[in-house]
Design a protein around this ligand. Structure first.
Ligand code: ATP
Ligand code: MG
Length: 356
């Protein structure tokens, strides 16, 4: 799939933007704070409806403006599609609206019409950092692949938040209410775990294969899903009730699960060299891309925000070569990267984008 035209209005530092990206690799080059990441953030929002970096959605609207808009004309395997996402400040709070082909739709029907794999500098901690980043990878990919996954995730997170508020509250938590929350959690939790297990099995196979290609067959990488709980969800929730009441926190459920990475049987995060960790991160990202492509038969759009500059030339070209099957990719950099092959190069200065 690919974007043929993108328009922005009052999004971040863009007053208006109207660009027609090219198929293949598009490279956006410009000094710091000109709008490179902002543009990639907008492209990602056409797929996910959410920012990959804003803490508050109000940040997305240009200062002193009321409403931001992102519109895109995309070509997917099924044909052409027009997408629009707007964010408005209202007296009642932030209001987001979505359109597909000119008709208003709810978020779940907008999500995943185009699909992206994003790779931002924070992802370089995917192996060395905490489990939240790895769960974000799973949720980001799976929500784009399946509206059902997104609905289960949203429901699950809502109930966990309520349960957590109950446990953290000033007064002793009501046991019956806790049990009621647990009952509601079982179905979505089991659905999330099943979907994540199948997805991790697929990315694990691809990650191990790519890692071995880059580092040789002597190093054995292991990638496994570590679900919480690893067993029957209802039973595990029931077994944890007393501990949760005593410790005043949620202990069981997929909001606490992880992807485990081992090299030669030892935790890569604790025992791996920086080079091994970095190679595993790149392999995971390529694997995410490959699985999204094979599952849908349509290559996702690749968004690389400022990451190639963090990599040595060999890793950078190895990474781009490994995702060689992309139909369209967007890459940002402060300087034009070396050895990237043919690309459409664009300059970004003060939120103005010009083709070089
Ligand atoms: P770097 O190379 O440092 O990553 P960049 O080109 O990726 O730079 P962006 O993050 O895209 O930079 O843009 C940052 C600029 O956008 C900053 O100058 C910031 O003040 C501005 N900006 C961010 N949000 C808003 C907003 N809501 N309204 C106006 N300007 C904004
Ligand atoms: Mg940036």
């Amino acid at each position: 799939m690919r974007l043929e035209r993108v328009r922005l209005a009052d999004f971040r530092n863009y007053v208006t933007l109207d660009v027609a990206p090219e198929p293949g690799l598009n490279v956006f080059v410009g000094p710091n704070a000109q709008g490179k990441s902002n543009l990639l953030e907008a492209l990602a929002m056409l797929a996910t409806g959410k920012s990959f970096r804003a803490h508050r959605e109000s940040e997305l609207i240009r200062a002193d403006c009321e409403r931001a808009e992102i519109a895109g004309d995309a070509r997917i395997s099924a044909g052409a599609i027009r997408l629009r996402c707007s964010i408005a400040r209202t007296p009642a709070g932030m209001r987001k609206a979505f359109e597909v082909n000119g008709g208003a739709v709810g978020f779940a029907r907008f999500l995943g019409r185009t699909r992206v794999v994003t790779f931002v500098p924070a992802d370089l901690q995917l192996v060395s950092g905490g489990p939240a980043l790895r769960r974000t990878l799973l949720n980001g990919a799976l929500a784009q692949l399946s509206p059902t996954y997104y609905r289960d995730l949203a429901l699950y997170q809502k109930i966990v938040q309520q349960k957590s508020a109950l446990l953290h509250g000033a007064i002793a938590p009501d046991r019956d209410l806790l049990l009621a929350y647990n009952d509601e959690l079982v179905r979505p939790a089991a659905a999330l775990i099943a979907a994540r297990r199948a997805f991790v099995d697929e990315i694990a196979a691809a990650t191990v294969e790519i890692y071995a290609r880059w580092r040789g067959a002597d190093e054995r990488l292991g990638v496994t899903y570590a679900p919480n709980p690893d067993g029957d969800v209802g039973e595990a929730l029931a077994a944890a009730v007393e501990s949760e009441l005593r410790r005043r926190t949620t202990l069981v459920g997929p909001h606490r699960d992880d992807i485990r990475l081992l090299v030669d049987g030892k935790a890569l995060s604790a025992f791996g060299s920086q080079g091994q960790q970095r190679t595993a991160v790149l392999a995971l990202k390529v694997a995410e891309y490959e699985v999204m492509r094979t599952r849908t038969g349509d290559a996702p759009i690749l968004l690389l925000d400022d990451v190639l500059s963090e990599l040595d030339a060999e890793r950078a070209s190895g990474f781009l070569g490994a995702v060689g099957g992309y139909e369209q990719a967007f890459l940002t950099a402060t300087d034009l990267p070396q050895a990237i092959g043919p690309a459409a190069v664009w300059a970004i200065r003060a939120a103005a984008v010009t083709r070089c």
